[in-house]
Ligand binder design. Structure first.
Ligand code: GTP
Ligand code: MG
Length: 430
């Protein structure tokens, strides 16, 4: 035997032996124990409704669970898409269900719809992250943890009869690796039977050609394989919602009444509502929960742990050491911190230099301004000085002229006062 074969042989687990029992032991009650435990624990189921404002999300939820959930109408003026979760405790027979309905409020109402999918993706990831954090706790209590991970996304398609909008394709593509998507055509009573048939084919074609993976009802369990296979061919379900009750024959049924007739919600000739309810609640609810945990959450967990530096050891290499990973991550973190610190220091120095330069420039400008003002002031002063000199000259010229005038005036006065005296003298002489 080759050495490698020998080693493999020695490492192989021993085959379990089959024994026949001498009488009844009782471990055949294990499945019942599981059921009883699950029933005591209760279940949680979380539905995400994505669709335009007013497309009929709340009405469909009320119709599905045959109750009235209190919801407010959304406005068409939301700045961005907002996720609104609401949790309800429901009971049917002795089974308790914690149902969370999450509404994507304001979806499709923004002018720029490029980022409409992001809040939805972030919300789904945040629920995965919460669960992962609980799992990683030293004292975790997953038993009574309220699991808020989204188990199914009902994607409401507008019944245009044309094709999917690019917003629908982009959003579904972004969500398909994170959640089980069931596309449904809303308000299917507004579209004719032949148009609906073509519309369904068109939608499925578009989803396939764009590589969007929607949830397929599982066909590996014999008990439900047949019905699930048939239902897969009916996707996307065309649904009608109503909480109104209308009398048809002797019975009160949920329906929408129009002047030309009545659309019965639970009539399979009118719409696929019953198919949706059967598939979503009665047949595949557990599979949706299971797929969420084993496929979507597993993918998130794997990526996240790898990002954190965890890795599985393969057969040949050394076993994975948490201590080493921690040290390596710590070193990486410290290096990154140092790099950031250096970067910030450099930024600070540059900023100081820039400010210094700016201040110097300002100082130079101020100095120039001051010099300019000084020149203007000197010029003004010189002009005023000149003016003053001129004025002084004018004043002195005026004073001189005034003195001359006064002298002339006094001379004239003197002359006029001398004249009568002379006349008297002349008269006396004669
Ligand atoms: P927001 O939460 O405000 O985004 O609206 P919504 O998507 O929850 O729609 P809602 O259930 O409030 O329904 C909006 C309107 O559509 C109501 O007037 C409903 O009666 C009507 N409606 C709901 N379902 C259907 C349907 O299947 N067919 C038709 N024709 N109308 C429907
Ligand atoms: Mg609503």
């Amino acid at each position: 035997m080759a050495a490698a074969d020998l080693e493999r042989f020695s490492n192989a687990e021993p085959e379990p032996r089959n024994l026949s029992l001498g009488g009844h032991v009782g471990f055949d009650s294990l499945p019942d124990q599981l059921v009883s435990k699950s029933v005591t624990q209760g279940f949680s189921f979380n539905i995400l409704c994505v669709g335009e404002t007013g497309i009929g999300k709340s009405t469909l939820m009320n119709t599905l669970f045959n109750t009235t959930f209190e919801t407010e109408e959304a406005s068409h003026h939301e700045e961005c898409v907002r996720l609104r979760p609401q949790t309800y405790n429901l009971q049917e027979s002795n089974v308790h269900l914690k149902l969370t309905i999450v509404d994507a409020v304001g979806f499709g109402d923004q002018i720029n719809k490029d980022e409409s999918y992001r809040p939805i993706v972030d919300y789904i990831d945040a629920q995965f992250e919460n669960y992962l954090q609980e799992e990683l706790k030293i004292r975790r209590s997953l038993f009574d943890y309220h699991d808020t991970r989204i188990h199914v996304c009902l994607y409401f398609i507008t019944p245009t009869g044309h094709s999917l909008k690019s917003l629908d394709l982009v959003t579904m593509k972004k969500l398909d690796s994170k959640v089980n998507i069931i596309p449904i055509i809303a308000k299917a009573d507004t579209i004719s039977k032949s148009e609906l048939h073509k519309f369904k084919i068109k939608i499925m074609g578009e989803l396939v050609s764009n590589g969007v993976q929607i949830y397929q009802f599982p066909t590996d369990d014999e008990a439900v394989a047949e019905i699930n296979a048939v239902m897969n061919a009916h996707l996307p379900f065309a649904v009608v919602g109503s909480t109104e009750e209308v009398k048809v024959g002797n019975k009160l049924v949920r329906a929408r009444q129009y002047p030309w007739g009545v659309v019965q919600v639970e009539n399979e000739n009118h719409c696929d509502f019953v198919k949706l309810r059967e598939m979503l609640i009665r047949v595949n609810m557990e599979d949706l929960r299971e797929q969420t945990h084993s496929r979507h959450y597993e993918l998130y967990r794997r990526c996240k742990l790898e990002e954190m530096g965890f890795q599985d050891s393969d057969g040949d290499s050394q076993p994975f050491s948490l201590q080493e990973t921690y040290e390596a991550k710590r070193k990486e973190f410290l290096n990154e911190l140092q790099r950031k610190e250096e970067e910030m220091r450099q930024m600070f120095v540059n900023k100081v230099k820039e400010t210094e330069l700016e201040l110097k420039e300002k100082e130079r400008e101020l100095h120039e301004k001051f010099e300019h003002l000084k020149r203007i002031h000197q010029e003004e002063k010189r002009k005023v000085e000149e003016k003053r000199r001129e004025l002084e000259e004018e004043t002195s010229a005026f004073t001189r002229r005034k003195a001359a005038m006064e002298a002339l005036q006094s001379q004239a006065l003197h002359a006029t006062s001398q004249q009568p005296l002379r006349k008297d003298k002349d008269r006396k002489k004669s």
